[in-house]
Design a protein around this ligand. Structure first.
Ligand SMILES: [Zn+2]
Length: 195
């Protein structure tokens, strides 16, 4: 995720919204400007009334910081949590997302997002060990849950996967599976807002 400048306020930030007005008028808006416009259109108040940061420990006791972003849309609200470090969003970190109806109390929506973060951080899937100069992986629950991302090294032909808030190459994932040679594999893809 890279920072870009807002066409409205000029602030340089993450996660811009691209709006196209008319034929070739394109504007890139920061989340705040986007929400202000949407709130005006929709007649919504207090849309920015929440704490934008959240800090909690993962299952191994490591402190993780999140940046919370709320985005208004005519049909609902999208709440994102991006893991960050020193104020910078970690591309290869944890990310969580929930959708909320416009009429849902934002306090409940935010709580649902925080619950999702806590639940996501409570499970660790991979244990990494060095043995004889080699890295060994153990799948703690015979299962992997993560996020598919673009891998520049392979020009997007094969993915890298973010698991436990850490990036693994497809090759590493393959290595993890080889201790299960002969077993069956079930691969399931879910949408980003799903559990
Ligand atoms: Zn702006």
């Amino acid at each position: 995720m890279t920072k870009e400048s807002c066409s409205n306020c000029g602030e340089s930030t993450y996660g811009m919204v691209m709006l196209t007005d008319g034929v070739d008028q394109t504007r890139l808006l920061c989340n705040r400007c986007h929400n202000e416009e949407m709130a005006d259109l929709m007649g919504v108040d207090n849309y920015n009334d929440f704490k934008e940061t959240y800090q909690t420990k993962d299952s191994s006791g490591k402190l993780r910081n999140f940046y919370i972003q709320k985005r208004l849309f005519p049909l609902g609200v999208k709440w994102n949590a991006y893991e960050n470090k020193n104020g910078k969003v970690l591309e290869e970190g944890y990310q969580f997302l929930i959708y909320a109806k416009l009429e849902e109390n934002p306090k409940f929506s935010l709580q649902r997002l925080l619950n999702k973060i806590n639940k996501g951080l409570s499970v660790k899937y991979i244990k990494q060990k060095r043995f004889d100069g080699q890295v060994m992986y153990t799948l703690l629950h015979d299962k992997l849950v993560g996020r598919i991302e673009w891998d520049d090294d392979f020009n997007g032909q094969i993915p890298k996967v973010i698991i436990d808030g850490k990036a693994y190459t497809w090759n590493q994932v393959g290595k993890m599976l080889m201790s299960y040679e002969g077993w069956n594999l079930k691969l399931e893809i879910t949408e980003e807002g799903e559990d």
